[in-house]
Write a protein of this length. Structure first.
Length: 206
């Protein structure tokens, strides 16, 4: 098991019961994403955590494959799906690098609060681009730490030193968009709810 998987396994139970920090922003992101759904949509979510977003979207599409590096997160997500009677979400413990994504298969691929936690975020974007159908969309929420206030950047550094946070990649909103464009995406929508928040981007496969 990787260090990242162990890190999140230890925090899964607390993560599962932690309330959404900004419910209004979260609901708006759900609404913006659903504008790209159809009842027959095939969706992939990488870094699904304990499954809240996948389960919230389940009734709007045909099927979601939701994955996370943490087996404990996935265990909790499966229990939530069973408790809610949701049968069109498949939860699998899988690292992003371990995905064998079917080419041109998915209508929507989501990666929320994930790219800044990866050693090679661009590789994940390339994999998502390959897995999307032409015209499919990539939906992300990403902490662009390079644009955040100095004290947020300091918190990230100190938190990593004391093992409160996993390693975090530092890049700006502009750098993130540029890498998406280089991969072959076209930016459709971008939204920064407030300073120091994650940037929400919807990009289409050209």
């Amino acid at each position: 098991m990787s260090n990242a998987a162990r890190f999140w396994d230890k925090r899964a139970e607390k993560y599962a019961v932690r309330p959404v920090y900004d419910q209004h922003t979260y609901e708006k992101k759900l609404e913006m994403t659903r504008a790209y759904f159809r009842q027959d949509s095939e969706v992939l979510e990488m870094g699904c955590g304990t499954g809240s977003t996948a389960l919230a979207h389940a009734s709007h599409i045909r099927h979601i494959l939701a994955t996370d590096i943490s087996p404990e997160m996935i265990r909790i997500a499966r229990a939530k799906a069973a408790d809610g009677g949701v049968d069109n979400v498949t939860f699998e413990a899988r690292a992003v690098a371990g995905h064998d994504i079917k080419p041109s298969f998915y209508d929507v691929i989501m990666a929320h609060n994930l790219l800044h936690l990866l050693e090679e975020p661009k590789a994940a974007m390339v994999a998502a681009h390959r897995g999307l159908k032409p015209g499919g969309v990539y939906v992300t929420s990403t902490a662009c730490v390079g644009d955040m206030s100095w004290y947020f950047r300091m918190m990230v550094l100190v938190g990593h030193v004391f093992k409160l946070f996993p390693p975090v990649q530092v890049f700006t909103h502009t750098q993130l968009k540029q890498e998406m464009i280089e991969v072959g995406f076209q930016i459709e929508k971008e939204w920064l709810p407030k300073k120091n928040a994650a940037v929400f981007i919807i990009a289409s496969k050209r």
